[in-house]
Write a protein that binds this ligand. Structure first.
Ligand SMILES: Nc1ncnc2c1ncn2[C@@H]1O[C@H](COP(=O)(O)OP(=O)(O)OP(=O)(O)O)[C@@H](O)[C@H]1O
Ligand SMILES: [Mg+2]
Length: 282
């Protein structure tokens, strides 16, 4: 979803000039983007470029070395610890590896944030857990253990847990990685339902081209070589218009017959001949 000039859209997240990493050299720098309310925003790029690390700067796990992240209009890293906790409670996270507690039943996994952050009694939590599991299409008995479920079902439990506190923003790191195409498609549909039914804003890290093209409205592409974003736009727009060879190769990697456009200058991320802009390379 490109925000055309004059369009006033509520922004849920705004990053300005972010730099972040684990040592002296940043993993990424000069990262700026805006996530519109009720949109699905993709963080794209090759392995190791810093997608999960960028997500960490938005969920409170890693303080950026420069720049700001505004969440719902509030400067997240300038806020007090209490405010940051409150902002975080209104966001849900599905981590890359699922990160369910293997020694807890799926119901207890989903109940955990409710037990930690609300005063609800056990009966109310049980009811809410059932609602969340229904919402993600899981009619499994809540007492089963994560290891008893398929990969797709475990992802759904992770999503149910991310939704436990009714967040208006959810962060999903590779939600459909490792799933068969049908389970991945179902998960995509579920994410669309969350956006369309509840107006949830979704920030999603993904390598999976079918998911990216099917559900994402907007996004950013991080480059591992230059350590900066090299393209902004929806995955379909990037596939059709972006002339940067790295982006082109990523967005077309399951379509090897499609060659990079001729005369493709490196470092010309958002350019594109009129032909390319018309989507003639599809
Ligand atoms: N805890 C850490 N300490 C030090 N370096 C790390 C840590 N986590 C990640 N890195 C390094 O930071 C860089 C970015 O890692 P990150 O996990 O954000 O990449 P990614 O784009 O999510 O990759 P993938 O697609 O494989 O999940 C990599 O070079 C990685 O090795
Ligand atoms: Mg990652």
């Amino acid at each position: 979803m490109l925000l055309s000039p004059g369009t006033k859209k509520e922004l849920k997240i705004e990053a300005q000039g972010l730099a972040f990493g684990y040592g002296a050299a940043p993993v990424q720098h000069d990262v700026s983007f805006a996530v519109a309310a009720g949109s699905i925003f993709a963080i794209m790029g090759g392995s190791g470029c810093g997608k999960s690390t960028l997500m960490k700067t938005m969920i409170g796990l890693l303080r950026p070395s420069a720049g700001t992240v505004q969440i719902r209009g509030e400067d997240y890293w300038a806020a007090t610890d209490e405010r940051r906790d409150e902002i975080g409670r209104r966001s849900g996270v599905l981590f890359q590896a699922g990160a369910l507690w293997s020694s807890m039943s799926i119901a207890d996994n989903v109940a955990l944030p409710m037990r930690m952050f609300t005063d609800l009694d056990d009966a109310a939590i049980d009811r809410l857990v059932r609602i969340k599991l229904d919402l993600v299409g899981l009619d499994a008995d809540g007492s089963v253990m994560p290891s008893d479920l398929s990969g797709g079902m475990r992802k759904r439990v992770g999503l149910a847990r991310a939704l436990a506190l009714d967040p208006d923003i959810i962060f999903l790191d590779e939600p459909s990685a490792g799933l068969d195409p049908i389970s991945a498609r179902r998960l995509d549909d579920l994410i669309l339902d969350l956006r369309d039914g509840f107006g949830t804003t979704v920030v999603m890290v993904s390598h999976e081209l079918p998911s990216l093209f099917a559900i994402c409205d907007d996004g950013i592409f991080l480059d591992a070589d230059t350590h900066t974003p090299i393209a902004h736009g929806s995955p379909s727009e990037l596939r059709e218009k972006c002339r940067d060879p790295t982006v082109h190769a990523f967005m077309n990697r399951e379509n090897p017959a499609t060659d990079a456009p001729p005369g493709n200058p490196p470092g010309d991320p958002n350019g594109g001949s009129p032909k390319a802009r018309d989507g003639a390379r599809r």
